[in-house]
Design a protein. Structure first.
Length: 385
């Protein structure tokens, strides 16, 4: 079996499984905010996890806010910056390739609070246009409330010029939220060095428990809690903490930190895999082929063959891929990301996303190439559209 949907969700990593087995036997289990011995011990375990996460992510201890995942982190940032009536700035800038967690939240603030959402154009290689951002900042001096652009795209794996975007935002005193959900854990990331105001991650993309995540905040005093509750997480996120889950974040990040050394080999092997399939079928298109991409993501299309047909063929030999981002699965349409890139429908409907992890055996790419070539050989005889 090859699980190739890590961008959708990663299975629990082995170190997390081992940790949980021991942890569940040993305890402690208590409210980490309780003042008795077991509570204090539980809190100490969780705070130790926070310092491990902070160290690996290059953040200060206080800059790590545990939550339920990237969607919550994103909503918290929007709420902190735009949910207050004192904000007189009226423009939110995002891009055409953002995840729905960003796009729908921005649209909510447009509908409910009268903000204007401007979406940065994206080129055919899947890269957000920084010149447009520069132009819009000049044209709208003092009126931009928030810029939110991702670090790496969940469908294409294309890495975005988030450092340049951050520089522009810093120079112009504009808060910058970088959706690092797909970037953290797939490529080294140092929050402080990045100088970004807000970054997010989801535990289930890293091999930690689902329903966990981290919001990284440059200045925690800028946060306004989305969940008020009893002042947990230093008042930034109410509700008794998911201490077990938060501990698994530290375990998963520690394991990932040890496999960053595999990036170059995986990236080379992925390129060889793509070249092999293209050699067998020159009509095949690799989305974002000319751009810097995550080492583990390939978004591949055979124009005229439906992506879902390819996915079913691969599944019949125990290989699990998706046709587009998890949320819009089962919809036989060109995804919004591909539309923003100007990809035609015959290519857009044909895509499958193959996403591995930094720990995946290199041989997987040989097996994937063989299976994909077999699937295309069969399906080209019965073209779907
Ligand atoms: N941002 C990106 C780029 C994602 O890929 C995802 C999930 O697929 C999210 C945000 C939302 O993450 P979650 O559903 O874990 O909150």
């Amino acid at each position: 079996m090859i699980y190739a949907d890590y961008n959708g969700s990663a299975p629990l990593c082995n170190s997390v499984k081992d940790y949980l087995i021991k942890r569940l036997e040993k305890g402690p289990f208590a409210n980490p905010n309780a003042i008795h011995y077991l509570g204090v011990k539980t809190m100490m375990g969780m705070e130790n996890a926070r310092s491990v996460c902070a160290k690996i992510l290059g953040a200060d201890f206080d800059q790590v806010i545990f939550n339920s995942g990237a969607t919550e982190g994103i909503s918290t940032v929007f709420h902190s910056i735009l949910g207050c009536d004192k904000n007189t700035k009226k423009i939110i800038i995002t891009s055409g390739i953002e995840h729905s967690a960003i796009i729908n939240t921005a649209n909510f603030y447009a509908e409910e609070k009268g903000y204007i959402v401007k979406s940065l154009p994206v080129n055919h290689d899947g890269i957000v246009n920084v010149d447009s951002l520069q132009k819009w900042i000049k044209e709208n001096q003092g009126n931009i409330a928030l810029v939110s652009v991702m670090a790496a795209n969940n469908e294409t794996g294309v890495i975005q010029p988030y450092k340049e975007i951050n520089d522009l935002c810093t120079q112009n005193d504009i808060p910058f939220l970088c959706d690092t959900t797909q970037y953290i854990g797939k490529t080294p990331f140092n929050f402080k060095e990045s100088n970004i105001d807000f970054a997010v991650c989801s535990g289930h993309k890293l091999g930690a428990m689902t329903g966990t995540g981290i919001l990284l905040v440059k200045d925690p005093t800028t946060l306004k809690p989305l969940i008020i509750g009893g002042g947990q997480e230093k008042g930034h996120r109410g509700g008794t903490q998911n201490y077990l889950g938060n501990e698994t974040l530290a375990v998963a990040l520690t394991s990932i930190n040890e496999v960053f050394k595999n990036i170059n080999k995986l990236s080379e092997k992925r390129l060889a895999f793509e070249a092999k399939v293209k050699k067998a079928f020159p009509a095949v298109v690799i989305i974002g082929e000319n751009s810097p991409r995550l080492a583990t993501t390939t978004y591949i299309s055979y124009p005229g063959i439906h992506g879902q047909a390819v996915q079913i063929e691969l599944e019949s030999v125990d290989i699990f891929v998706t046709t587009s981002s998890a949320c819009s699965d089962n919809m036989p349409v060109t995804s919004k990301v591909l539309k923003a890139m100007g990809v035609s429908d015959d290519v857009g409907r044909g895509v499958v996303r193959i996403s591995l992890c930094l720990n995946s055996p290199l041989e997987y790419y040989d097996q994937l190439a063989d299976a994909l070539i077999k699937a295309y050989s069969k399906l080209t005889k019965v073209k779907s559209f």
